[in-house]
Design a protein around this ligand. Structure first.
Ligand code: ZN
Ligand code: ZN
Length: 316
């Protein structure tokens, strides 16, 4: 499972960070999925190896502009790229008003089938490599997290055992994988005796803006990876004259430690944390790690991460 951060800033772009967008790819797959599509996401894509032609679906967490203003441009460029495969966009109610309106007044003829699915908390969807559940968050407008569960691998054969018993790879392996017993050179092979233990699919959450990580608590226990906003450090948040519904690094660290989340990537970083400022992203990292003792990263634009089947997350 690979994640590529295309935008990691909160609210507005900075010189170092664009607004929210994240690409997700599964192993041995020739397509990818986009989570949020802030303004200029298509510009960010040009600097990666991801192509719009292989984009299978888009999931929008909520309808604050920094999470979806990049949609019209990206959808239009898909047409100009002559990439005419159908595309589905999932997101909160309102998307089906915004997109048809902007496409209509721009006289934009996409030339491919665009499906817009307005979602509600609790909805589930199934894809060939994973299932996805929509979870509600706490924010100033309706905001969602996507709980993604990769399919378990249940039909892996113990090829070494088969070879040791005289059966080399052939189409008979396919029969055994389908659960059919076979006879080869007078010897019976019982399918279930040659199946390996199922390999459990990875479980991750990609969350939109949220002021309370604990709202996800029933999904956080030993979760393999949480991608969550961490807009401010506590000190900065406490000094804000107006409070916005975002999570502080302190609150996030306490929550993921409590639930023993295996890996954390914090993103959606306020513009005030930058290289030459009084505050840097390292302050956010340090504050999370005051509580959280597992694997933690602060996402930067164009960071790529790999989550292995052993649940180890590495920056690649
Ligand atoms: Zn935001
Ligand atoms: Zn927001």
């Amino acid at each position: 499972m690979r994640l590529t951060f295309l935008g990691t800033s909160a609210g507005k772009p900075t010189k170092e960070r664009n607004v929210s967008a994240l690409a997700l790819e599964f192993d041995q797959d020739n397509k990818w999925y986009l989570f949020d599509c802030g303004e200029a996401t298509q510009h960010q894509l040009l600097k990666t190896s991801l192509s719009i032609g292989k984009l299978a679906a888009i999931f929008i967490t909520h309808l604050h502009g920094d999470h979806y203003f990049g949609l019209p441009g990206l959808l239009s460029s898909k047409t100009l790229d002559k990439s005419l495969a159908p595309l589905t966009i999932y997101g909160p109610k309102g998307l089906n008003k915004f997109l048809p309106c902007i496409l209509d007044i721009s006289h934009e003829h996409l030339g491919y089938e665009l499906t817009i699915i307005e979602i509600e908390a609790g909805a589930s969807f199934h894809f060939d490599k994973f299932s996805l559940k929509v979870l509600p968050l706490v924010h100033s407008i309706e905001s969602f997290a996507y709980y993604i569960k990769e399919q378990d691998i249940t039909n892996k054969l113990d090829e070494e055992k088969l070879r040791n018993n005289g059966l080399e790879p052939s189409q008979l392996y396919g029969e055994l994988k389908r659960g059919n017993d076979i006879v080869f050179e007078g010897k019976e092979f019982i399918s279930r005796e040659y199946m390996l233990e199922p390999i459990k699919g990875r479980r991750i959450i990609i969350a939109g803006d949220n002021s309370d990580p604990e709202v996800l608590s029933s999904y956080l226990d030993k979760l393999d990876l949480l991608v969550h906003e961490s807009t401010y450090t506590q000190e900065v948040y406490d000094a804000l004259p107006t409070k916005f519904l975002h999570t502080t690094a302190k609150a996030l660290g306490l929550s993921v430690q409590k639930h023993q989340v295996k890996n954390l990537i914090a993103t959606h970083i306020s513009a005030r944390y930058s290289k030459n400022s009084d505050y840097t992203a390292q302050d956010i990292c340090d504050e999370i790690q005051n509580s959280y003792k597992n694997n933690c990263f602060i996402a930067n634009d164009f960071d790529r991460f790999y989550l292995s089947r052993d649940r180890e997350l590495t920056r690649i």
